[in-house]
Design a protein around this ligand. Structure first.
Ligand code: ADP
Ligand code: ZN
Ligand code: MG
Length: 642
């Protein structure tokens, strides 16, 4: 169950205004903090004596006092006591105005005293503070001005202040080897060649082969592209220069291009080496595309990049590796031979890959013998390398927090939930809300168990999670089906029915006027799946027609308007079909819940009591009620949420 949160979308103009206000407030706070901190510091670090204490001392046993220094400018008297550590600062007494009384007392007591006028630097400090604040404000204003100046149509060129500070990083030794990269064997094999190019270029140049200039790594985030690039540098023992594409695209016009020049200059000086450009799609987008025409700055940068890549002759020993997860938006000029002519796809790991990645990251971790990496790998399809690394790390953190010596299965389980669903929060107190969530989740869980083609329940819980999740029913997925992607129509229908089970339970138990917004996530998922059934899989009365190709999503790189491939009339028919599927499944869900109402109530009571029911226990209870035998499921499958 997902309680939806309101997200307000503001226009970019008002956002930048807010940024401006934010900067000013920030400066103001900083300035105040600064002013307040000057006297505070003074008081804390010096030992003081009160005025009356000093007078008392002078009147009584003035033998204590070694020497007194009166400083009218700073309005203090410094008192050195007898036997005081010479290295310690004197006691300070704050004075008011001139003190004839003190001077008289000093003279009477016969203490060694001195009136000294130190240069009055308090005024100077004040002035400096003010100046500092002024500079900060001025800097902030300039920043805002420049930002707005660079907005489309603004006088961007006028504010151009040219030379870049190099923002790329250089690592002489990355320390990463191919051993640290697992599960993407094909990519590694292809890149092995690049290592040889860097190590023994003669081998290739001797037979007249041209060494490739650029390699483009294509793959979703977290699959190890950056790691792979570092491993190449590490294996070849060459320096690694890296910069992110977004760093080229600055608010200062022309800086991007000059950064490219700088980067290539440095790289050539350090050849052989690797230049790694992360997120190249940030600069390398199709030119002249996007909303409101092209972005001059980005195009200049891209042109500079192309020029540089053409400019240096092959065989200089500089190999550029770029990474992107959006190859479709890249400018075709980048992909021309002689530039990024090698393209290596880095896919999300399969089961075997996940296992190997887990093995790499388990090397430096203490795992309990009960933990099977195979089991984890089986339960984590769709996890990229970075997710798996994160998973083991989270589990290690949980282990430390629980003061255990070794990572156990419980920690792994909890870490998986934490990553896929969110942090678990403290359970709700008994309330109507908690009951409602329990009914919603039991609705899902019961249908997962009753429907013949549904994936079985792994567990159902009403312990809330961060991100507004009030509770969830988790399924154990069928790995074969996920890997092959061969979902049946029956499976899809049952999935839709199960997804609507939460809402159906709310409806049946609390009445149609008490249903909540908590089912919004379920309904969205249902709408998506039902639409795909109609428009892509030909599973409706409209027959075997594909109305939409896969991946027809809109992005701003190439075209803004999706091309509509069917008429208004067909669109209406599609909508009707989608609605028909949802309606059919919903009535089935309602029917099943009505039929099992006493069981639902019993399960809800148990869930309220236990807060979590494991799949096996749940199935046992359902079997007792229906009189049908329980099916056994292994836990080593894939969990997900509803
Ligand atoms: P990308 O650049 O593709 O987004 P990264 O290379 O930055 O992904 O991966 C982030 C982290 O995830 C790496 O530092 C590493 O710890 C882990 N990781 C990702 N892929 C792999 C892999 N194939 N083998 C081992 N660790 C990996
Ligand atoms: Zn739900
Ligand atoms: Mg990366």
């Amino acid at each position: 169950m997902k309680i939806s949160r309101t997200v307000s979308i503001t226009s970019s103009r008002s956002r930048s205004n807010r940024v401006a206000k934010g900067i000013i407030t920030l400066l103001w706070v900083a300035a105040q903090g600064f002013m307040v901190s000057v006297p505070a510091l003074a008081n804390n670090e010096r030992n003081t004596l009160s005025y009356s204490q000093l007078i008392e001392k002078l009147e009584g046993n003035s033998d204590d006092i070694e020497r007194v220094e009166v400083d009218p400018a700073q309005q203090v008297a410094r008192v050195w006591l007898k036997g005081q550590d010479k290295n310690k600062p004197p006691q300070e007494v704050n004075l008011f105005e001139a003190n004839p009384e003190l001077i008289a007392k000093l003279r009477d007591s016969g203490v060694d005293y001195e009136i000294r006028k130190t240069a009055d630097n308090s005024a100077l400090v004040g002035l400096m503070a003010n100046l500092f604040i002024f500079m900060l404000l001025l800097g902030g204003l300039l920043l805002i001005l420049r930002r707005s100046a660079n907005a489309p149509g603004g006088p961007g060129q006028a504010m151009n202040f040219g030379k870049s500070r190099a923002r790329f990083q250089m690592e002489a030794k990355t320390g990463v080897t191919f051993d640290d990269v697992a599960g993407i064997e094909e990519a590694k094999e292809e890149l092995q060649e690049v290592v040889t190019f860097l190590k023994k270029p003669e081998k290739f140049t001797a037979v007249g082969a041209r060494i490739p200039k650029g390699v483009l790594l294509i793959g979703p985030p977290g699959t190890g592209k950056t790691l792979l690039a570092k491993a190449i540098a590490g294996e070849a023992g060459v320096p690694f220069f890296s910069i992110s594409g977004s760093e080229f695209v600055e608010m200062f016009v022309g800086v991007g291009a000059s950064r490219v020049r700088d980067l290539f200059k440095k790289a050539k000086e350090n050849a052989p080496c690797i230049v790694f450009i992360d997120e190249i799609d940030a600069v390398g987008r199709q030119r002249g595309a996007g909303i409101g025409g092209g972005n001059d700055e980005r195009e200049q940068t891209l042109n500079q990049l192309l020029t540089e890549m053409d400019g240096f002759e092959g065989n200089t020993g500089v190999i550029i590796i770029a990474a992107t997860n959006r190859p479709d938006v890249l400018d075709s000029a980048l992909l021309r031979p002689g530039r990024f002519d090698r393209q290596v796809t880095v896919d999300p790991p399969s089961y075997k890959g996940r296992l190997q990645i887990l093995e790499v990251h388990a090397r430096n971790k203490k795992l309990d013998t009960e933990v099977s990496l195979e089991g984890i790998a089986r339960r984590t399809p769709g996890f990229a390398g970075a997710d798996l690394a994160n998973l083991l790390n989270e589990a290690a953190i949980l282990t430390a927090r629980r003061r255990k010596d070794e990572i156990g299965m419980q920690e792994i389980d909890d870490a998986i939930d934490r990553i896929t669903i969110g942090l678990s929060l403290t359970p709700l107190l008994d309330s109507k809300k908690k009951r409602l969530i329990a009914y919603h989740e039991v609705g899902h869980a019961l249908l997962m168990t009753l429907l013949k083609n549904s994936d079985p329940l792994n567990k159902v819980t009403i312990i809330p999670r961060s991100g507004g999740v009030g509770g969830f029913a988790q399924q154990a997925f069928n790995e074969e089906m996920i890997d092959s992607g061969l979902y049946t129509k029956a499976w899809m229908m049952d999935r839709i029915t199960m997804s609507l089970g939460g809402r159906a339970a709310e409806d049946v138990v609390f009445g149609p006027s008490e249903i909540t917004a908590g089912a919004s996530g379920d309904i969205k998922a249902v709408a998506e799946l039902a639409r795909e059934m109609v428009t892509r899989y030909g599973m409706s009365d409209l027959g075997l027609v594909a109305f939409e190709g896969a991946g027809s999503e809109v992005f701003l790189g190439r075209s803004l308007m999706p091309r509509s491939e069917y008429s208004e009339e067909v669109a209406t028919q599609i909508d009707n079909q989608v609605r028909e599927i949802a309606k059919h499944c919903y009535s089935e869900a309602v029917h099943l819940i009505r039929e099992h109402r006493p069981l639902v109530d019993r399960l809800v009571d148990l869930l309220l009591d236990q807060e979590t029911i494991e799949g096996d226990q749940f199935r046992q209870l359902v079997a007792e009620y229906t009189g049908e035998p329980v099916q056994a499921y292994t836990k080593e499958t894939v969990p997900t949420t509803t």
